[in-house]
Design a protein around this ligand. Structure first.
Ligand SMILES: [Zn+2]
Ligand SMILES: [Zn+2]
Length: 283
């Protein structure tokens, strides 16, 4: 074989390898969004969510602060989804709402930002050793901080059922990596609870729908839409409409403009919400 022929074959092999690598790595990324194996969640009869911390004022005269924390009761399981920015505020608002942290079974931290993980010390004080679910891919300092507080971090790397009717999504990339809480209420479908929705609230709800094959009944949480264009808001409203979302609570970092936009676009499905809002969904 001439040297020229050899070089030509070598070049072809290199190109083929590069193409193969590009194709397979793209495919791997895509599995994070749509083609994960369908998740079986058995439904719960009802769910109750109470917004404990939020920057939007609500029906109760509770203190507002930038951040989010939602107390969740499903089938006798009690969870705290995010903890707001401060342990003092978390304690104060939980007390005012008559909720005891000592009765919480586990905590889910959507992502590493301080307005979501800042109240963890209050959990450590009332419930030492409690399990705290966090997204795999979060910066190591989150896990270290949870361990230092005497709590038990459990990294979530794929969509996982936590209890009857309750699951958390795989970490979706923002950045940062973020997990959402899924609650399946019989006859209605999923309640999708988001922290800040850094990966895009429409991407999160589509992911939740695809991974479970269930209708999305309600979306509650931070939608991360401050300063979003009208085009982007329209795109998200379309996704909610396409999925037939029946109740929408855009709180925390959703922004006033987005709230007004969804109120106009989604009519009765728009519910607003703020600190102290109670959401009860029954089969
Ligand atoms: Zn955030
Ligand atoms: Zn936030």
């Amino acid at each position: 074989m001439s040297l020229r022929k050899f070089i030509a074959i070598l070049a072809l092999v290199v190109v083929a390898l590069a193409l193969f690598y590009a194709f397979t790595s793209k495919k791997e990324e895509a599995t994070n969004i749509a083609s994960e194996v369908k998740l079986e969640i058995s439904p719960a009869r009802s769910a109750k969510l109470i917004v404990v911390v939020d920057n939007n004022p609500g029906p109760e005269k509770l203190e507002t602060m930038w951040g989010i924390s939602i107390y969740v009761e499903v089938n006798g399981i009690r969870l705290l989804f995010d903890t707001g920015p401060s342990p003092e505020l978390l304690k104060k608002n939980l007390e005012a709402l008559g909720i005891s942290i000592a009765n919480v079974d586990a905590v889910v931290i959507s992502h590493e930002h301080g307005d979501h993980a800042g109240g963890l010390a209050a959990v450590a004080e009332a419930k030492p050793g409690a399990t705290v679910y966090i997204p795999a891919g979060a910066s190591p300092s989150l896990k270290e901080r949870i361990e230092k507080l005497g709590l038990k971090p459990v990294e979530i790397s794929k969509t996982t059922v936590l209890a009857k009717g309750v699951a958390v999504t795989a970490p979706l990339r923002g950045p940062p990596y973020e997990i959402a809480l899924l609650i399946y209420v019989e006859g209605n479908g999923l309640i999708v609870v988001t922290g800040c929705a850094h990966p895009g609230v429409d991407n999160i709800v589509m992911y939740a729908h695809n991974v479970t094959g269930l209708p999305v009944y309600a979306v509650v949480g931070g939608f991360h839409l401050i300063g979003a264009s009208a085009h982007r808001l329209g795109e998200i409203a379309e996704t909610f409409k396409k999925l037939g979302v029946k109740e929408l609570y855009p709180i925390h970092c959703s922004g006033e403009e987005a709230r007004q936009f969804f109120a106009k676009e989604l009519g009765d499905a728009y519910r607003g919400g703020g600190v102290g809002t109670v959401i009860v969904i029954k089969s």
